[in-house]
Design a protein around this ligand. Structure first.
Ligand code: NDP
Length: 281
C-alpha cells in the first residue's frame, strides 16, 4: 500500500510542500504520496485523529493548527515544547509524535548561506510563531544575544520571557519603533519574521523604509522569513545598502528536508527538493 503523507492547514491549497515531498519520493523510488489536507478549525480534532486510520504515516501542520495540535500529541519533543508549536507529526504504533523542524530549518538555511551564529548578536523582528522558531533556532546554536522587537512591546516581552529559560543566551526585547536603532547598532544578523513583507501587504515598502538599515554594521546579514515574494521589500532595501541577504526559501526547504528524513529515515535529496520548490514558486 502507498504510504500517505500530507500537510494539514486551512487554507492550504497553495502550499509548496507537496511539490517538494512528491519530487523527493519519486527521486528515491519511494512509493508514497504527499497531499494537501484542508481541515477547518471546527472539527479539527476529529479530522486530525482520523488521519492515521486513513493511511497517513506523517503530516506537516501549518496555520492555523500549529499550536492547537499540541494537545493532541502523545510524545512532544523538547524543541516543539520550547517553541510551543508543532509542524511535523509522525503517526507511530504507540501514538502520535510531534516535533518542530522550523528552527532547525532556519539554522540549516543560515549555515548554507555561510552565516555563523557562534557568538552572534541577532535581532528578530516580530513576535508570532515564525519569530519564536527563529529566536529558538539561533539562540540554541551559539548566539550570544537575541533581541526580539515587535510593534506591540508586550508581545516581544512575552516571547522573550517564555524562551529565556530554554536558551543559553541573553534574550532581550523591545519596541520596533523605539529600540530598532540601538539593537541594529551591533547586530550581526537581522531576521525579519513579521508578515509585513508578504505579497498581499500593501505596507511592505513602508515597513522596509521604517527600518534603520544605516545603523547596521557593514558586515551584518539580513534574512527575511517571508518567501512570497522571494525578494521582499526588506531584502531589497538591505541589498540597496550593500548588506548581504538571505531569503526565506531556504528555511522552507530545510524544514521540509528535516521532516522527510524523520519520516523515511533516508537522506533527503536536497537539490531535487530545492528545484521542485523553485519551480512551484
Ligand atoms: P503570525 O501571524 O503568527 O505573526 C505575524 C507577526 O507579524 C506578528 O508579530 C505581527 O504583529 C507582525 N506584523 C504583521 N504586520 C506587521 C507590520 N506591518 N509591522 C510590524 N509587525 C507586523 O505569523 P507567523 O509568525 O506564523 O509568520 C510570519 C511570516 O513568516 C509569515 O508571513 C510567513 O510567510 C513567514 N514564515 C516563513 C517560514 C519559512 O519557512 N520561510 C515559516 C513560517 C513562517 P501583530 O501581532 O501586532 O499583528
Amino acid at each position: 500500500m502507498t504510504d500517505r503523507y500530507g500537510i494539514v492547514g486551512h487554507p492550504v491549497a497553495h502550499s509548496l510542500s507537496p511539490a517538494m515531498h512528491n519530487a523527493a519520493f519519486r527521486a528515491l523510488g519511494i512509493e508514497a504520496s504527499y497531499e494537501v489536507i484542508d481541515l477547518e478549525p471546527e472539527g479539527f480534532e476529529e479530522g486530525f485523529r482520523a488521519l492515521a486510520e486513513r493511511g497517513f504515516r506523517g503530516v506537516n501542520v501549518t496555520v492555523p493548527h500549529k499550536e492547537s495540535v499540541l494537545s493532541l500529541v502523545d510524545e512532544l519533543d523538547p524543541v516543539a515544547k520550547a517553541i510551543g508549536a508543532v509542524n511535523t507529526i509522525t503517526f507511530e504504533p504507540l501514538g502520535i509524535a510531534g516535533t518542530n523542524t522550523d528552527a532547525d530549518g532556519l539554522a540549516r538555511s543560515l549555515e548554507e548561506a555561510s552565516v555563523s551564529l557562534a557568538g552572534s548578536k541577532v535581532v528578530v523582528l516580530g513576535a508570532g510563531g515564525a519569530a519564536r522558531a527563529a529566536v529558538y533556532g539561533v539562540g540554541i546554536r551559539g548566539s550570544e544575544r537575541v533581541t526580539v522587537l515587535a510593534r506591540n512591546p508586550a508581545q516581544s516581552e512575552a516571547l522573550a520571557s517564555s524562551l529565556t529559560a530554554a536558551l543559553p543566551c541573553a534574550v532581550e526585547h523591545g519596541s520596533l519603533d523605539e529600540h530598532a536603532k540601538d539593537a541594529f547598532a551591533d547586530a550581526d544578523l537581522v531576521i525579519q519574521a513579521t508578515s509585513a513583507t508578504l505579497d498581499r501587504s500593501g505596507d511592505a515598502v513602508v515597513f522596509a523604509c521604517s527600518l534603520p538599515f544605516d545603523a547596521l554594521p557593514e558586515s551584518a546579514v539580513v534574512c527575511d522569513l517571508v518567501y512570497r515574494p522571494r525578494e521582499t521589500a526588506v531584502l531589497k532595501a538591505a541589498a540597496a545598502r550593500g548588506l548581504r541577504t538571505v531569503d526565506g526559501l531556504g528555511m522552507l526547504l530545510h524544514q521540509a528536508t528535516l521532516a522527510f528524513e524523520r519520516w523515511t529515515g533516508k537522506v533527503a535529496p536536497i537539490d531535487v527538493m530545492r528545484h521542485a520548490l523553485e519551480t512551484a514558486l
